[in-house]
Write a protein that binds this ligand. Structure first.
Ligand code: NAP
Length: 424
């Protein structure tokens, strides 16, 4: 029978799935594992530090963890430190909510030059992810290029362009605040391989770029169609229509600001040029390379796994049948469908996977496994120092106490500091 469930990954998809399961089966016992000492995955490390409203969903998850049926087991890498096979012997069902942590590759020459960063690393750096805390991105030249025109590219361009005052109430880490406050940037290029109608940023995010104190969006009117092409799906057309109107409004601006954000459409990257570091970006069909000291690719993510976790397919996600990988093993979120959608997208999808799990076990007469009753002894036996909810709360208390004036927290961004704070 279904009684003990392990969820691997404490980001939004895993926690929405836990919520959906517990709403229907409050008797279940669910343990949520994370490789990091801190919960919330993408909410902590992906969502932009100046979008605190988006992070408010953690309050709902906090209540879930306080309910007595859900436990946090951080600082334990499943697949590497604790094999998935052991988890599957211990729990009745295991749900992989791993997210997508590997940057997609541009696949062009020069990609490995210093000065080129994937968005996972760059966003992780400014958001205090302990794996990326020390990448020290080169931001010493007047121009930077962001490749991609999705909402992650918009987040990065906005963070590069905001003033310290505009970032004061964010939880941007102190190391990133200092680095972003002392760049030489005057020009940011946002490079899209397709046109303004195809760009995947959404309207609210685009509009925000038009309200920044020091940054002016620069759009060439000649790049913009007057009207949308026929045949778009009506919901999509509504978004594209608003985006196009905003881009026309940007194109009409003439005010001077210290930083310009150039929207470049129909510009596919061909090579990164430079000796020992990025010095220029060559775009297809253009003879004059764009001079830039930094190139950040924000072109999407892949799920990558280690140890005995299942491997991602060529699309970068875990092969599954509506959330089921194998008997007793399930997947939700970006590892299931790829890196798309907003946080609320995961709510409905996780509910569907929860329903599928409950249906699969309906009438299952096998005895329940030991689950949370056995896991503490197993972790101890493996020599793993798990961080529980109380440990996370100690980290949170340290972060809150260290916050600069007006900010919600100053994140601990190194493994040692996190583990020490958790230990008290
Ligand atoms: P995305 O929306 O899929 O954008 C990826 C961008 O990279 C697209 O412009 C894509 O162009 C481009 N691209 C892909 N491969 C490329 C290549 N080889 N060369 C050049 N360009 C390439 O993904 P994302 O920005 O990473 O965002 C992931 C998800 O999180 C999205 O659903 C997004 O909306 C969501 N998100 C939401 C928010 C928010 O709500 N505020 C913030 C951040 C992220 P093509 O279109 O031509 O493929």
């Amino acid at each position: 029978m279904l009684h003990h469930i392990a969820i691997v990954g404490s980001g939004p998809s895993g926690l929405f799935c836990a919520d959906a399961l517990l709403r229907q089966r409050p008797d279940l016992k669910i343990d949520v594992f994370d490789r990091l000492p801190t919960p919330y995955g993408l909410i902590r490390f992906g969502v932009a530090p100046d979008h605190q409203g988006t992070k408010a969903v953690t309050r709902q998850f906090d209540r879930l963890f306080g309910g007595g049926s859900l436990r946090f087991i951080g600082n334990v890498g499943i697949g590497t430190e604790l094999p998935l096979a052991r988890l599957m012997e211990t729990y009745d069902a295991v749900i992989l909510a791993l997210g997508a942590h590997a940057d997609r590759s541009l696949g062009i020459p020069g990609e490995d030059l210093p000065g080129r960063y994937g968005s996972m690393a760059f966003v992780g750096w400014y958001n205090g992810h302990p794996d990326f805390r020390d990448i020290a991105p080169l931001l010493d030249r007047p121009a930077a290029a962001v490749i991609g025109q999705g909402n992650v590219a918009v987040d990065i361009a906005r963070l590069l362009g905001k003033t310290a005052q505009e970032l004061a109430a964010s939880d941007l880490t102190a190391h990133a605040m200092a680095a972003l406050g002392s760049t030489a940037l005057t020009d940011i290029h946002m490079i899209g391989r397709r046109g303004p109608v195809e760009a995947s940023f959404t309207t609210a995010e685009l509009a925000e770029l038009g309200r920044l104190e020091n940054l002016r969006p620069v759009v060439a009117k000649a790049d913009l169609p007057e009207a949308l092409p026929a045949g778009l799906d009506p919901a999509e057309a509504r978004v594209k229509e608003k985006n196009l109107a905003l881009l026309h409004e940007f194109a009409a601006r003439t005010d001077e600001k210290p930083v310009k954000l150039h929207f470049r459409f129909h510009s596919a990257p061909e090579a990164l040029l430079g000796t020992g570091r990025v010095e220029a970006l060559k775009l297809k069909g253009s003879d004059a390379p764009l001079s830039t000291g930094t190139v950040i690719s924000a072109i999407g993510y892949r799920t990558e796994t280690q140890g005995d976790l299942p491997r991602a397919n060529e699309r970068g996600l875990l092969e599954n049948d509506e959330g089921r990988i194998a008997p007793g093993l399930y997947v939700v979120g970006w590892a299931k469908r790829g890196p798309s959608g907003t946080i609320p997208t995961n709510r409905a999808e996780a509910k569907a996977v929860a329903d599928r799990i409950l249906a699969d076990y309906n009438g299952d007469a096998r005895p329940a496994r030991a689950g949370s009753d056995a896991i503490d002894a197993l972790l101890k036996q493996q020599g793993l120092a798990a961080i529980d909810w109380a440990g996370w709360k100690r980290i949170e208390a340290v972060e809150t106490a260290a916050a600069r004036q007006g900010a919600p927290r100053e994140k601990l961004a190194d493994w040692t500091g996190l583990r020490q704070a958790a230990a008290g």
